[in-house]
Design a protein around this ligand. Structure first.
Ligand code: SME
Length: 162
């Protein structure tokens, strides 16, 4: 249904991934359906990723949203863990070694590195995009650049929702 052939060149792979997500967002208007498929696109397109998904902001908490990977904690307070810190600061956080991050919330014992990107709607943090890897220092500047484009695309899509 959605054909995506991963490319071994990281930058090219992100270009293809961005196009696949863009085209998907044009075809479907349901938020949960779209976030579910975006999580799957990311999880299947990128190597060495054991969790990819969303936490959505609600009453001072981040609540687990659509994801791919092992079951995860369902509620994270804003300001706690990597996700809550990213949501509080409204900043991308790259953690090369989760064991060295004070307050990291471990969901899967195999995870060694993590990246979290905030998503915005009308100037407020709507939630975060979270990815975990079993590989230490998995997320490079090329990943930050590619994933930031994806997060910006999702935020533009969120702007258009009622
Ligand atoms: N590690 C995250 C919790 C979510 S799981 O990685 C899926 C954190 O510290 O916020």
């Amino acid at each position: 249904m959605f054909e995506f052939k991963p490319n071994s060149d990281t930058t090219k792979n992100y270009e293809l991934l961005l196009k696949a997500i863009e085209s998907h967002l044009e075809d479907e208007g349901n938020l949960i359906a779209n976030l579910a498929n975006i999580a799957s696109f990311i999880y299947t397109a990128l190597p060495d990723v054991n969790w990819a998904g969303f936490y959505l902001a609600e009453n001072g908490l981040l609540i687990l949203g659509p994801f791919c990977g092992k079951p995860a904690c369902t509620r994270i307070s804003i300001g706690k863990g990597v996700c809550g810190t990213s949501a509080q600061k409204g900043e991308v956080i790259v953690v090369p070694d989760v064991h060295a991050f004070d307050g990291h919330i471990a969901c899967d014992g195999e995870t060694n590195s993590e990246i979290v990107l905030p998503l915005f709607q009308r100037g407020k943090v709507f939630g975060v995009l979270d990815m975990d890897s079993p590989v230490f220092d998995r997320f490079s500047q090329a990943d930050v650049d590619g994933l930031t484009k994806i997060a910006n695309l999702i935020s533009r899509y969120l702007e258009g929702l009622a």
